[in-house]
Design a protein around this ligand. Structure first.
Ligand code: ADP
Ligand code: MG
Length: 249
């Protein structure tokens, strides 16, 4: 286990946004936090990332106690910053060098851009990128300090189907290279495809936690049946089939 969260609570004034949740993330897995808007996903992530103060509870990351050694935690995690935080007029290579400087790291900017399939955009400025390219670039910035764990908060929201699938491949590759991934998403197909285990969080509480297949089996075992016989394909399959898988920009 690489992350352990015990009875985490977060209040904003009188409002209890996170109501005592506990979970563990295993080393090398893709762990999903699923839940509707306002469930407390981002709050939970940002607390583990040391960016927000918790109200109570205990968190350890790679053996470090969040209360005692937050700086050790910062060194081994990669956090996806809001893309609005990037200087829009800097070239991608310049942005990577800037971040590398902040992390006090030497990075091969071109190598990193290659990893996320943006090497031909190295000399472009951030604002000229498409939505999918911006997301890929922001994922690249999480890798600068060669983290053990990366945190992705809704990385595919707003992307077209091609860009979404492309990002799935990238996230899987990052995991294949040994990095633990925590991701939030509203897309259940994405969670089913990517996540080894998911926690479903609603109104500040975890209401289910397991691997996607087991959650589905539990539902079926409880007597659940779909109203309509499902077809062998859906509209998204049609879309991908006729427009192709390749990225557009
Ligand atoms: P999610 O990421 O699951 O959509 P958030 O963690 O962003 O949920 O928010 C959980 C709840 O806490 C929401 O009701 C949200 O409005 C509230 N909230 C989040 N940040 C703040 C804040 N800084 N001050 C007050 N309330 C907040
Ligand atoms: Mg959120």
């Amino acid at each position: 286990m690489i992350i352990k969260v015990e009875n985490l609570k977060k209040n904003y004034g009188n409002f209890e946004a996170v109501k005592g949740i506990s979970f563990e993330v295993m080393q090398g897995e893709i762990f999903g936090l699923l839940g509707p808007n306002g469930a407390g996903k981002s709050t939970t992530l940002e607390i583990i990332e040391t960016l927000r103060i918790k109200t109570s509870g205990k968190i350890t990351v790679a053996g470090y106690d969040l209360d005692k050694e937050p700086n050790e935690i910062k060194k081994i995690i990669g956090v996806q910053l809001q893309t609005s935080g990037f200087y829009p007029a800097l070239k991608l290579v310049e942005l990577i060098e800037l971040f590398a400087g902040l992390y006090n790291r030497n990075v091969d900017a071109m190598e990193l851009l290659k990893k996320v399939n943006l090497e031909d955009k190295a000399k472009s400025d951030f604002k000229s990128l498409s939505g999918g390219q911006k997301q890929r670039f922001s994922i690249a910035t999480t890798l600068i300090n060669e983290p053990k764990i990366i945190f992705l908060d809704e990385p595919t929201t707003g992307l077209d189907p091609q860009a979404r699938r492309n990002l799935w491949d990238l996230i899987r590759e990052i995991r294949e290279n040994g990095t633990t991934v925590i991701i939030t998403t509203h897309y259940m197909d994405e969670a089913e495809f990517l996540c080894d285990r998911v926690a479903i969080i609603d109104a500040g509480k975890i209401i289910a936690l397991n691997n996607p297949a087991a959650l589905i089996d539990d539902l079926i075992a409880s007597g659940f049946e779909k109203e309509k016989q499902t077809k062998g394909a859906n509209l998204e399959d049609v879309f991908i089939h006729i427009t192709g898988k390749e990225l557009r920009n």
